[in-house]
Design a protein around this ligand. Sequence first.
Ligand SMILES: [Zn+2]
Length: 391
Amino acid sequence: MKKIAAALICSLVVMFVLVGCSINLNINQNNNTPSNPNTPSNPQPEQPAAVKNVIMMIGDGFGPNHLANAKKYFGIDEFVYEDDYICDVTTYSKDSNEEWATDSAASASALATGKKHYNGEVSRHLGEDIQSIMEIAQAQGKKTGIMTSDTLHGATPGAYSAHTNSRENKAEIVADQIQSGIDIMVGSAAEEYTNAQQDFVEAGYNYIDNVAAFDSLNPNQKYLGNVPALYANNQGYINYPALITKVLNYLDNEDGFFLMIENGLIDSYSHGNNFVSAMEEVVYFEAMIKAVYTFCEGRDDTVVIITSDHETGNLALADEEDISQWEASRLNALYGWDRHSNMNVKLFIRFASLEDAKIYKDMIDNIDIFTLCQKLVEDESFDYTVIQQVA
Ligand SMILES: [Zn+2]
């Protein structure tokens, strides 16, 4: 009886400490000192499961008003991932300014390497290759993958798989990818990959250019997917979310994986101030995220990070709740211009194991997302405190 009472008191104390601890974490946002897990006076909340898998999802050009306007246009209450909002993210590059924001190369390189780059640089700064999270994941024995609705030699997939002085060096990006050792790379078809088929095969890759091939992916083999356009699935295009599910199942293994998944079309349509097509891609991005969340159901070893490399179009927030009746010209006029902007983007994180212990911040910088990824991959542990608060 005494033992039971003692155990009860013990667990009450633990509960009290846990509650106190999480409140403290929530308020104390400016304290970036990582806590020492060995310090008994600073007990951790119930030990979260080890992180095996990290899934990084990037909506290219996906700003906060893209999200809000897409909901208004399509009459959607809430996207499934909105509950996982953590904070806003600054996206500036080393040479961006008020007039000229970051480009995808510099911002994706910041996300992939944790180092600020000049616009155009692809995970190589001032001539020096910067190690990417993909290379770190490989060194940890994890499987790796890249999927994009853009072409694979685009700036974002490039930053995760290559090193070159300029995003225009497409041949160098392809050459690096051939040597990258990344287990699977999938993008919308480009002739550079058709032409490089033999080189990929010689480097040990299976070259696939049709959807049926994704039904029989062999976990012991590597794949280069050069497939028809992975655009919003309303015109008979390939079902990108379905491919994501197949690639996730292919990558799933004992030692875990790191997968980067991009929707590249929000940016393209926003450059053209094509409101409706851009919003369709925002909804399609959610469909992609749903495929990932479905994979995560019932497992606590997978972290999903959802963000954007930058905003495109300086899109204004529509002032009415229902904008579905607006003329196209009025919708397109919501765009302020046809290039990127410095508007902050959003960060969402889903990790079932720490659902109740989230730390919310006002704002962080894109290089902090790399720091978080590095911690997840190297230590297989989740630590919000590595995310730095932007002053
Ligand atoms: Zn762009």
